[in-house]
Design a protein around this ligand. Structure first.
Ligand code: F0G
Length: 340
């Protein structure tokens, strides 16, 4: 089926949607899976990158959001809401706009990347900057929806996981049986849960290795983190909603959840951009940071999920890359600027 088809149309037989149900789509899914040649050489394994930043709003959230918002429309909802570190907010805002629903997004004040904020605002959502962190925002939003008829589209909404499991389907289709191991960043722990569901439904069992940032690693230390901190703002989460499911998925697959430092994340972030030509956001690079830090183990074919596009967070990119070369409008100066 063509790339333009909606995710729901493509996988309807494995999703909770009947023919004739409303579908709110922006052409999500079907993202590139590219071989990582330099990385493969470096870790001595066959490494693939799943470019989820190629989804319509620039992150994997769109797979889940097409399902959550389509279901909300089917149920007659007039508004959707989420707590978010940025990408869920951008995606929910876009799909709400597409559906003609009102959208409200609750984000930690000053802690979401500029591109994500711009998206949510442009799509016309009510953007609420909470003086608190993501975990507090999610608690408050859960309380709010219990008193008001607004559809919650965080990944505690089962439709989100249903949509996101399709990324595992694509890996199994494209890699003929799927990878031996999946390396994936973990924040609220919905995505790792969704991949596992997708793999199990396809009858394959790769090892799942989830990566949290050292300063926001509740699943690694085994207790909530009251004040999570990391440069990878998308996964700055101290009390994941899908805690149990994520632990079941990782241990059940003979994998693990591990921590990587901000420095390791930023190194992987730069390496991907400079040597693979792939620009992802810092949180996404946690998967590759994990591969570099811990190695592929006995797994030969490895997929690293790059969850969001690098353009989401221009500020971090500019802070950790080289300076531009100033040049007067004159040939000699240009020669020096280019060739020196
Ligand atoms: N990578 C990116 C780029 C993300 O935005 C997120 C989560 C994750 C990884 C982790 O996925 O939460 O399913 O374990 N972002 C959420 C948000 C929390 O609000 O945009 P997870």
């Amino acid at each position: 089926m063509s790339r333009a088809a909606s995710l729901i149309d493509r996988y309807r037989d494995r999703l909770p949607f009947e023919p004739g149900d409303p579908v709110v789509s922006l052409g999500e899914g079907g993202t590139p899976l590219v071989p990582a040649l330099r990385l493969s050489e470096r870790v001595q394994a066959e490494v693939w990158l799943k470019l989820e930043g190629a989804n319509p709003t620039g992150s994997f959230k769109d797979r889940g959001m097409t399902c959550a918002v389509s279901a909300a429309v089917r149920e007659g909802a007039e508004a959707v809401i989420c707590a978010s570190t940025g990408n869920t907010a951008a995606s929910a805002s876009a799909y709400a706009a597409r559906a003609g629903l009102r959208g409200a997004v609750i984000v930690p004040e000053g802690k979401i990347a500029a591109g994500k904020l711009a998206q949510a605002l442009m799509h016309g959502a009510r953007v609420v900057a909470l003086r608190g962190n993501f975990d507090q925002a999610l608690d408050l939003v859960r309380a709010l929806v219990s008193a008001h008829p607004i559809a919650l589209v965080n990944s505690i909404n089962q439709f989100r996981l249903e949509g996101q499991k399709t990324a595992a389907f694509e890996l199994v289709e494209e890699l003929d049986g799927g990878p031996d191991a999946l390396f994936i960043p973990v924040g609220n722990a919905g995505n790792v849960t969704a991949y596992w569901k997708g793999f199990v439904e396809m009858g394959v069992r790769p090892r799942l290795f989830g990566f949290q940032a050292e300063g926001a690693a509740p699943l690694v230390i085994g207790a909530p983190v009251a004040e999570p901190e990391t440069v990878a703002s998308a996964i700055r989460i101290g009390n994941p909603a899908r805690w149990e499911e994520a632990m079941d998925a990782t241990t059940g697959s003979r994998g693990a959840v591990r921590a990587v430092s901000d420095q390791q994340i930023l190194e992987a972030y730069r390496l991907l951009a400079a040597t693979e030509g792939v620009f992802c956001e810092p949180a996404s690079a946690a998967s590759v940071a994990g591969l570099l830090a811990y190695g592929p183990g006995d797994c030969q074919r490895v997929v690293c999920v790059l969850t969001g596009h690098g353009l989401k967070d221009p500020q971090t990119a500019l802070e950790c890359s080289g300076a531009v070369v100033p040049c007067p409008a004159e040939l000699g100066a240009l020669e020096r600027a280019v060739l020196d």
